[in-house]
Design a protein around this ligand. Structure first.
Ligand code: 13P
Length: 266
C-alpha cells in the first residue's frame, strides 16, 4: 500500500497572519523538500501564499469549500475561485466544521464533488469522538463517513486523500498510537476498496492527524499504512513544521533506498 510519497499538510485553522506567512514562506523557499507538502492558511491569505510559493513545490489549499458553484450565498467561496487563486487542494469535513458548523456526510459528499470538478484534491477528514471511541464505535462511524461521502464520486483522473483524525486526539496532546492508526488505516483502505476499484483505492493517500509533532512524526510515518500527516498546532511554528517535513523527507528517502535494494536482490 505504501507506494506513494508522504504528504504533510499544515492546517492553520483560524490562526496566522502576515507574520506567520512571511516566516513560513522564507523557511519553505529555502528548502527543497522531495515529499509533498501542503499549507492551508485562512481563506484571505490563499492568493498571496500561492503567489509567494508559486516557484516551489509547496501546495496551497483551503480549509473549506462551498457546496454551491455561484449565486446568492453570502460568505461562500467556490471551488473555481479557489482554483483561480492558486489552490491545489481543500480540506473537507474537518471535525471542527462538523461540530461547530453542523456539516455532515451529505454536505461533505457535495463538497467533494465540487472540489473534484474544480480539479482540487479533496482531503476528506473523518474520525470518531471520545465517547464513540470508548464505546468501540470507531469503525461504525468511519464506515458511515466514508460510504456516505464517497459513494458515487468519479475519481477518473483525479486525486483524493483521506485524513483520519480521531477527535479526541485533536489539540489534546494525546496522539493515537502508531499501531492503532496503522490498523484503522488498514480498515479505511479495505472500505475504500469496496467503494472504488482496487486500482483507484491504491492511489488514495490515507494520512493521520491529531497532536502530531516532531517527536511522534517519525514513528507515525514509519507505519506502512500511514501515507502522511495533517498537522494543526505544530504547523503554526514554521521551524517545528519544517522539522516534521524533514522527517518525512528522510523517511521517503529511506523507503526509496529499501525499494531499490529489494529490486536489486529480487
Ligand atoms: P492538532 O495537530 O493541533 O492536534 O490539530 C490536528 C488537526 O485538527 C489538523 O487538521
Amino acid at each position: 500500500m505504501k507506494n506513494k510519497s508522504p504528504l504533510v499538510v499544515a492546517n492553520w485553522k483560524l490562526n496566522g497572519g502576515t507574520d506567520l506567512i512571511c516566516a513560513s514562506v522564507s523557511k519553505f523557499l529555502r528548502h527543497n523538500f522531495k515529499v509533498n507538502i501542503g499549507i492551508a492558511p485562512p481563506y484571505v491569505y490563499l492568493g498571496d501564499m500561492a503567489n509567494f510559493l508559486k516557484n516551489s513545490s509547496i501546495m496551497i489549499g483551503s480549509q473549506n469549500i462551498s457546496k454551491f458553484e455561484s449565486g446568492a450565498f453570502t460568505g461562500e467561496t467556490s471551488g473555481q475561485m479557489l482554483k483561480e487563486v492558486g489552490c491545489n487542494f481543500c480540506l473537507i469535513g474537518h471535525s471542527e466544521r462538523r461540530q461547530v458548523f453542523l456539516e455532515n456526510n451529505a454536505s461533505c459528499q457535495t463538497k467533494i464533488a465540487r472540489a473534484l470538478e474544480a480539479n482540487l484534491m479533496p482531503i476528506i477528514c473523518i474520525g470518531e469522538n471520545e465517547q464513540q471511541y470508548e464505546l468501540g464505535l470507531t469503525k461504525h462511524i468511519l464506515y458511515k463517513q466514508l460510504h456516505e461521502s464517497l459513494q458515487g464520486q468519479d475519481l477518473t483522473g483525479k486525486e483524493l486523500c483521506i485524513a483520519y483524525e480521531p477527535i479526541w486526539a485533536i489539540g489534546s496532546g494525546k496522539a493515537a498510537s502508531p499501531e492503532s492508526v496503522q490498523s484503522i488505516h488498514a480498515y479505511i483502505y479495505e472500505e475504500i476498496c469496496t467503494i472504488f476499484d482496487k486500482e483507484t483505492a491504491d492511489k488514495i493517500r490515507i494520512i493521520y492527524g491529531g497532536s502530531v509533532n516532531k517527536k511522534n512524526a517519525a514513528e507515525l510515518l514509519a507505519m506502512p499504512n500511514i501515507d502522511g500527516l495533517l498537522v494543526g498546532g505544530a504547523s503554526l511554528d514554521p521551524e517545528h513544521f519544517s522539522e516534521i517535513c524533514e522527517l518525512a523527507n528522510k523517511q521517503a528517502a529511506n523507503a526509496t533506498v529499501q525499494t531499490n535494494a529489494e529490486a536489486v536482490l529480487a
